[in-house]
Design a protein around this ligand. Sequence first.
Ligand SMILES: *Cc1c(COP(=O)(O)O)cnc(C)c1O
Length: 239
Amino acid sequence: MTDRRTELAANLARVEERISAACAAAGRKREEVTLIVVTKTYPASDVRLLSELGVRHVAENRDQDAAPKAAECADLPLTWHFVGQLQTNKVRSVVSYADVVHSVDRIRLVTALSAAAVRAGRELDCLIQVALDAESGERGDRGGVAPDGVAVLADAITAAEGLRPAGLMTVAPLAGPYAGRPRAAFDRLMEISTGLRAAHPAANMVSAGMSADLDDAVAAGATHVRVGSAVLGVRPGLG
Ligand SMILES: *Cc1c(COP(=O)(O)O)cnc(C)c1O
């Protein structure tokens, strides 16, 4: 049986190679792209190994799993990203360990995050999750605001104490006009990002790309890729 550390190191090297190749092909510097390893469904012992292997950014999508894991790993020099759909009753817990929330998609969540951040004495970076398959005004099934809702949310985050508007996040849609066309989806996200940065120059993070499509995301201009299975292995069941 292969030792887990060796396996993770080999997987990380392969992902690093893909990111470097995509950067080179796009004429981008490797430092322009940050790897976030999505550790959902995997144990704290894996997070510890990843940290020893040089990973500095990890992400989780369910507070029930993330909160104990983050507590077990509190001694590690890690930045924690929350990337899942977020209910307002989980916000206080998430704010206790997360440095960045990628899934801000409604005003009610902005209000709750702000109250929790102020109470915890923390400054939280907020990414607006864009649902590229949502119709005007709507939220998508998997979370995210329609593109025409981004500006209003960005203004709300800017006005909210304890929160910073940090940029945009998306998941390549499985349905609608962008289904099966991740590059086109990420190009559209970059256009929306350009519009956002005109009003909020510091909101320059673009979180896009997962194990299957990180190359397209880097080509389009993503600053952060969120990679789970390519590093940790395929998750059993839903995840
Ligand atoms: C699980 C997850 C990822 C990572 O997906 P992989 O296909 O395992 O790389 C990225 N982003 C979000 C929002 C996720 O939930």
